[in-house]
Design a binder for this molecule. Structure first.
Ligand code: RUQ
Ligand code: CUA
Length: 633
């Protein structure tokens, strides 16, 4: 796009923002609520539409939606179509409600950090279909990835910080048989981590890195696979290929200007060129090179250099500062779009292969071959302003989120004699980022619903002060026209979500079997509960069952180390007992059949009650004991 067009579109965007109102007076809030109704069903249809999302108490939703919780470091589980929030799964952040991050094991997993920035959940896949085994998610802030087991919806592993990489945004984006998930540099740094170099030397000394994290097919355990060292560009959003493109992985870039100038904002530096790239990586090929020993070791990682060994990493030009890249369900196409451009571009995987074979390159950029735009592009669809992400349905349509325009565009998938064309658009409140559809990023999307994940709710709810939640809106896509049906207010900040049919998640545990309890300090009978002193250490084996915590008195001396093992010995689902010590930062909620351990120093003398925090039975209030800390003489 030339600069005149760009100014025009930015101007349009500003006008659109002005239209929806950025001021806060009540009249504007009223106007904004009116605009919500633009996309909402006509009065006559309200009853019919309400029934579509009404799930009577006791009935179950048809889909699980897993929403990232942004910088809350958590994941949210919603039911669709009801939009009910069922569960929060803490991942990178302590969460007192479930006791996560307080016991020794989960504390160790958090590694001393108390926040993360979750963006893109990824359900494990077999042949490009969700298999309901695990859910992975990235931490953009500290370069980590996590695995949640879908048998108990708990975080089981945090892997990282990944070496050599900062700002793990283009993650997790699993390959279509879950061989790998990925991490990539959003903010290039000198490598290995811990090396200092001034931004004056940005082009030479800073590097980008794409990191493949291997997933053990038996139990989902993640380990460092290998890495690719890349030019100091910003790597943004990714998608793995499927079927024909199953050996490939795609990631968007911005700031291919490869500059970072002290005193000059990146938004200016990174917007000079007309085009940035979608990087296409033949991951199977790189894996083969690594197996042959073609790598350098940097900070414990096997690092492959695509400039020294060409043939595996290519750049595809895309309108400047692209955000999402999305591979179609048949794996034949990938879609990218500039954040400020008014169209989405469709690229052909087949044409890309041909261009690579024929070495149809426009140039090399910092050593990476750039294929000719004309050689790989298939179509451009004029969707509207600020396209970010695209998802798919079961009828050959795609849905693109339009951030600047605050809308969702529906367009027809072309090829095979069908025309590529826009078919419908619906306003969204406001500034939609990601978008999700039912299994819409697999080889067989289910249609039915599109979930719009919006950045701003702008007073479309009861007033709650100067800060407001984000908003999520449910769109019925079963008919020819999209219909906005319902709104919820997750916070913060749902980036991506994935939506899976509930019957795909089998084997959800009701109660942990005793045999599953691997903690050597589990005790299963209140009679075996005890307190044992060993030198300056006081060890406690505690049981929880309605309605007592045993032992109910623990005596120690100021300065002693206290080690408590707390076992919930209930045998019924959802019979939870909390364990909290007044005045000490100890809090936990073992599940039935689970043992959690706590180690702390009894540094505050006095009598400190402990009690059950979950209202568990008629005599819940009686479920208490005392920690007596005798003062130093
Ligand atoms: S990114 S919308 Cu991680 Cu698109 Cu947030
Ligand atoms: Cu156990 Cu309340």
């Amino acid at each position: 796009m030339n600069w005149k067009r760009m100014i025009f579109f930015v101007g349009l965007g500003i006008a659109a923002l002005a239209m929806i109102g950025l001021t806060s007076d009540p009249a504007c809030a009223q106007q904004r609520r009116e605009r919500v109704k633009e996309g909402a069903p006509a009065k006559a249809d309200i009853g019919e539409n309400a029934l579509k999302v009404y799930v009577p108490p006791g009935d179950l939703d048809e889909y699980y939606a897993f929403l990232s919780g942004g910088h809350s470091g958590q994941l949210y589980v919603f039911g669709l179509p009801s939009m009910r929030h069922i569960r929060t799964i803490p991942v990178f952040t302590p969460y007192p409600a479930t006791g996560y991050g307080y016991d020794d094991e989960s504390k160790k997993m958090l590694g001393g950090l108390t926040w993360g920035d979750t963006h893109h959940p990824g359900l494990s896949e077999t042949k490009g279909e969700y298999d309901g085994r695990w859910l992975f998610i990235n931490d953009n802030a500290h370069g980590r990835v996590a695995r949640i087991d879908l048998r108990d919806f708990k975080t089981k592993q945090i892997f990282g910080p990944i070496p050599n990489l900062a700002g793990n945004h283009a993650s997790v984006y699993l390959t279509w048989n879950t061989e790998y998930l990925f991490g990539a540099t959003r903010f290039s740094i000198p490598i290995p981590k811990g090396t200092a170099a001034d931004v004056k030397d940005y082009k030479e000394k800073y590097k980008g890195v794409i990191s493949a994290i291997a997933v053990d097919p038996k139990d989902g355990t993640m380990s460092l696979g290998w890495q690719i060292v890349m030019p100091p560009w910003n790597y943004d959003v990714a998608d793995a290929g499927k079927l024909v493109s199953g050996d490939w992985w795609f990631v968007t870039t911005y700031n291919t200007e490869a500059e970072f100038i002290d005193g000059k904002p990146l938004e200016i530096t990174a917007s000079q060129r007309d085009k940035d790239y979608i990087i296409a990586v033949n991951w199977k090929g790189v894996e083969g090179e690594i197996k042959k020993g073609n790598f350098t070791e940097i900070d414990g990682a096997k690092v492959f250099d695509p400039v020294k060994t060409p043939g595996f990493v290519f750049a595809v030009p895309c309108a400047k500062s692209p955000h999402g890249v999305d591979v179609s369900p048949d794996g034949k196409w990938f879609i990218g779009n500039g954040k400020l451009s008014p169209t989405v571009s469709i690229f052909s995987f087949e044409k890309l292969q041909k261009a690579i074979q024929e070495k149809n390159f426009a140039q090399h950029d910092m050593g990476i071959p750039v294929v000719k735009f004309e050689a790989v592009t298939e179509a451009d669809i004029p969707v509207g302003l600020g396209p970010l992400h695209t998802v798919f349905d079961d009828k050959g349509f795609a849905y693109t989120s339009l951030f600047v325009e605050s809308a969702v565009a529906k367009w027809q998938w072309g090829g095979g004699g069908r025309e590529w064309k826009m078919v419908d658009k619906i306003p969204i409140q406001y500034n939609i980022g990601h978008i999700a559809s039912c299994e819409g990023d697999t080889v067989s999307p289910k249609g039915k619903w599109v979930f719009a994940l919006n950045k701003l709710s702008k007073g479309t709810h009861l007033p709650v002060g100067p800060d407001q939640p984000e908003s999520g809106q449910l769109i019925d896509i079963s008919g020819p026209k999209m219909k906005l049906i319902a709104q919820a207010f997750p916070e913060p900040e749902p980036h991506y979500a994935q939506i899976i049919k509930t019957d795909k998640i089998k084997n959800v545990i009701e109660v942990y079997a005793k045999a599953e309890n691997k903690n050597p300090n589990a005790v299963w009978d209140p009679k075996d509960a005890k307190v044992v002193r060993e030198g300056n250490t006081v060890k406690v084996w505690m049981t929880q069952i309605r309605s007592s915590l045993m032992p109910n008195v623990v005596r120690c001396n100021e300065g002693d180390k206290v080690i408590m093992h707390v076992t919930n010995i209930e045998e019924m689902r959802d019979e939870l007992h909390g364990f909290g010590i007044c005045g000490y930062d100890i809090n936990g909620v073992p599940s039935p059949g689970e043992t959690l351990s706590y180690e702390f120093i009894a540094d505050k003398p006095g009598v400190w009650p402990y009690y059950c925090t979950n209202f568990c039975s008629a005599l819940h209030q009686e479920m208490q004991g005392y920690l007596i800390v005798n003062p130093k003489k």
